[in-house]
Design a protein around this ligand. Structure first.
Ligand SMILES: *Cc1c(COP(=O)(O)O)cnc(C)c1O
Length: 479
């Protein structure tokens, strides 16, 4: 077949537009989107013909072309940001959106999203109000703080507090607390950006009250304590308690700030988890300002929460940077919806997904794994070995770093398909199923699976192995 003959056989854009007019992919595809995809496919064919890579004329038949175009249409209408199934066992997974919102938070977003709201309106006076009013009373009620405000995230909260309190002044911080949190949040860098002068005291493993005291001078603007969220120093260590640091601050008239990072309201130790200082405890110990994230152990939306002494919060609020870091109204609604659940801690534990997953018992994990295993086995997929294996889930998000959450994995080993290939197939499923590969097995930790997701996974395996011509695939593939 000559190049010219092949080229003449290529249908025109209009022909394919007409032929694909009926394709819906769940919604109408705009004509210019279809045109663009068809042009790309035809252009690729033309190039292949000209470069001698395409000689089989049957691949240019219209049904064959449509079969190629159809999946491209489906891919094109998918949003870029979409739901995934987290079978990694990492509860607060930063790359997968950290916390899932509680139903109450979702409902509250809906109620203000497509209506006007009293976002910055005082309904008693009819005059302008403060954006934070929706959550500040809840935050003071829950934590016992005098005042509260919220910004975009905790990184912004730390930046704002340092900018307000220590511009051109020194902030004294322990060397052991100069941490980097995932995604390039480094305490020393944030301090430099804020104009604060970093004054390191102590050593990596040991810092004493005396170290802070001797570093205090007329240039000191703040004593800062940072929760070493994502690591732990073991062995010969010493750090100063918030109680002692607060007393030192009071003695010298210097504010004391606690960047708690995860910032829980609930003591998880009765549920077998490591004791973490709660926001309430930090305030009780005398911290003037406490900052923490909304979407880590709190289980709400991304937000940076600042609570503490009224005079300091008012000073921080009047910083012009506050306007640049302000929280969006939908997030504010989600945060209020979440915080309301904390009025009854027992209810918070069952209704806030992050808390529910963190405190899920090992027995509950075993039951979930059993159900997934049974359903997968009942598909009777050939050459597939399905087992349950003990695993260790994690809190993630730089929370509870040393905490092992005993859990269970459903382990898939398939003689026709490498674990890497299976992982790739499941990652390209809609919705993508994210597990992990270990020694040519594919592992799914059930602790982070939501209720309806077992059925989706089972359906995914059923479809995958009915459509996948597994024999065409090499036995082993490099990832
Ligand atoms: C996570 C964390 C931050 C950053 O919080 P974001 O809400 O992710 O901006 C800051 N400080 C500490 C100690 C943290 O753990």
């Amino acid at each position: 077949m000559s190049t010219q003959q092949l080229l003449r056989h290529l249908p025109g854009v209009d022909t394919l537009l007409l032929e694909t007019d009926h394709i819906r992919c769940g919604e109408d595809l705009p004509k210019n989107l279809r045109t663009r995809i068809i042009r790309q496919v035809l252009e690729a064919k033309r190039r292949a013909i000209l470069e001698g890579r395409l000689q089989d004329i049957s691949t240019l038949e219209i049904p064959r072309l449509i079969a190629e175009i159809h999946p491209l249409f489906s891919a094109a209408i998918q949003p870029n940001l979409r739901r995934v199934i987290n079978a990694t066992g990492v509860v607060v997974h930063t790359n997968m959106g950290r916390s899932l919102l509680a139903e109450e938070a979702l409902q509250h977003i809906l109620s203000v999203a497509n209506h006007y709201s009293n976002l910055e309106l005082n309904l008693d006076t009819g005059k302008r109000g403060l954006r934070y009013t929706a959550v500040s009373s809840l935050l003071t009620e829950i934590t016992g703080a005098e005042a509260a405000m919220v910004v975009n995230n905790n990184a912004a909260a730390v930046l704002l507090c340092l900018d307000t309190l220590t511009r051109n002044k020194e902030a004294i911080v322990s060397r052991g607390e100069l941490v980097e949190i995932g995604g390039s949040f480094r305490i020393p860098d944030v301090m430099t950006k804020s104009g604060a002068i970093l004054k390191e005291v102590g050593t990596t493993n040991r810092t004493h009250l005396q170290d802070y005291e001797t570093a205090i001078s007329e240039k000191t603007g703040l004593l800062l304590k940072v929760h070493t969220s994502n690591f732990q120093i073991m062995g010969f260590t010493a750090s100063v308690s918030m109680k002692d640091l607060a007393a030192l601050g009071r003695k010298h008239g210097i504010p004391v700030m606690d960047d708690l990072g995860s910032g829980s309201f609930i003591d998880f130790s009765p549920y077998g988890l490591t004791k973490e200082p709660t926001v309430q405890e930090s305030l009780e110990a005398g911290a003037d300002i406490v900052t923490f994230s909304g979407d880590k152990l709190l289980g709400g939306p991304q937000a940076g929460i600042i609570v503490g002494k009224k005079s300091w919060i008012e000073t921080i609020r009047s910083n012009p940077l506050t306007r640049a870091l302000r929280i969006d109204k939908l997030i504010l609604a989600a945060l209020e919806g979440t915080l309301r659940l904390y009025r009854d801690p027992a209810k918070a534990l069952t209704t806030i997904p992050t808390l529910r997953m963190l405190t899920l018992s090992e027995n509950a994990c075993i039951r979930k794994a059993q159900e997934l295993q049974d359903q997968l086995r009942s598909l009777s997929l050939p050459a597939m070995d399905i087992r349950i294996q003990p695993s260790t889930a994690r809190a993630g998000g730089g929370s509870l770093p040393t905490q092992d959450l005993p859990s269970r994995c459903v382990v898939i080993r398939c003689s026709h398909l490498s674990a890497a290939a299976l992982e790739r197939q499941l990652r390209s499923h809609t919705p993508p199923i994210m597990g992990r590969v270990e020694e040519d097995s594919f592992l799914m930790d059930v602790r982070t699976l939501q209720e309806e997701e077992t059925a989706i996974i089972v359906q995914a395996f059923a479809t995958l192995f009915s459509t996948l011509s597994i024999h065409e695939r090499p036995q082993k593939e490099t990832p």
